[in-house]
Design a protein around this ligand. Sequence first.
Ligand SMILES: [Zn+2]
Length: 411
Amino acid sequence: MVILSQISRLQINGDRLNDSINRLAKIGRTADGHICRLAFSPEDLQARNLVRRWMEEAGMSVHTDAAGNLIATYAGQVDGAPALATGSHIDTVPSGGPYDGVLGVLAGIEVVRVLRENNLRLNHPLEVIVFSDEENTMIGSRAMAGNLNLEEAISVADALSAAGGDWDTVTSAQRSRREIAAFVELHVEQGSVLESTRKQIGVVQGVVGMNRYAITINGYANHAGTTPMHLREDALIAAAQLVLAVQNLALEQPSQPVATVGKLNVTPNAANIVPGRVELTVDMRDLSQQVLDEMTLRLTQELGAIAQRTNTQIDITPILRVAPSPAADTIQATIQSVCQDLGLSYQMMPSRAGHDAMEMGRFTDMGMIFVPSEGGVSHSGEEYTSPEQCNQGANVLLNTLLRLDALYPCA
Ligand SMILES: [Zn+2]
């Protein structure tokens, strides 16, 4: 029988965790100090082999599913109980850093090392998962959630077999809540919220959803010298008003959503011609689908008003819609209470970047723990989270999993 006072004294071995991070960072290190470990590349496969060895040395049984996910299981005490799971990814962008994804995987292995050296097993089996190709197609977590976009993922179909996956049976990678009762991912923030609020831990409320639109404004291209101002149908004037309206759409909502016009093409784009046509994109993100829907409604109202004022025609087409993935209340509350008991300051916050946890949250209870990123820098060799911050995050992960083991039923 495991006694709670015993558990609360458990701590991860910070030196061992950071040694693992540094050793993995040697695989794919480029001359200019970045890390390039693209999914399914020889570097990614080499890193998978090393991580697999560490998983086995930690007493876990390891297998690869059809989507190339590396899944390690530390057996639990109760037969037939669903698993608790943690993990992240070890692939990087072309010029990535040592912590993005890696921290979540290696902290998960470190949790198991600590349990094992203390002769402890959870009631539930504990899985540590390395998801395939997080940075590009997210094929690993998407397949697990049964949310695979086959058209996007086909680009990696051939590469899958090198990682032990199998495109023909990729749908078999799908899991359910009966198999995984809860998933918790530790990740670097990749932003500067924690640094600016001077908080040690981010308790993630969910991964934001996204609505993206393509907008076309048609006016009339005409001579920039001879066309009087009041007779113009200037598509760029309409676009300029729209850019500011989009900014206001976000600012007027209390939940602090973000909205961006990031791309804008002007035709004919010549100094002596009144712009006749503008194509632009609007990208809006928030934790609440209701807020996203309301912003979309306000956007269409604004488009109508701007079209009337500027004598232009404006068309809007949805191009991407990703539903928000809220974190489970139980897991958020557990992470908060762990932070309080460990004396760590924390901040409730949304994740504004996509993560494997977003897909896991589509079928089971999900939670995320953030640790600070120096200067908010990520997807860069300059990415830095101190050893102490990594250890704090891993200790929160360890204690969160211990508490969830008591909270989630085994049958
Ligand atoms: Zn990541």
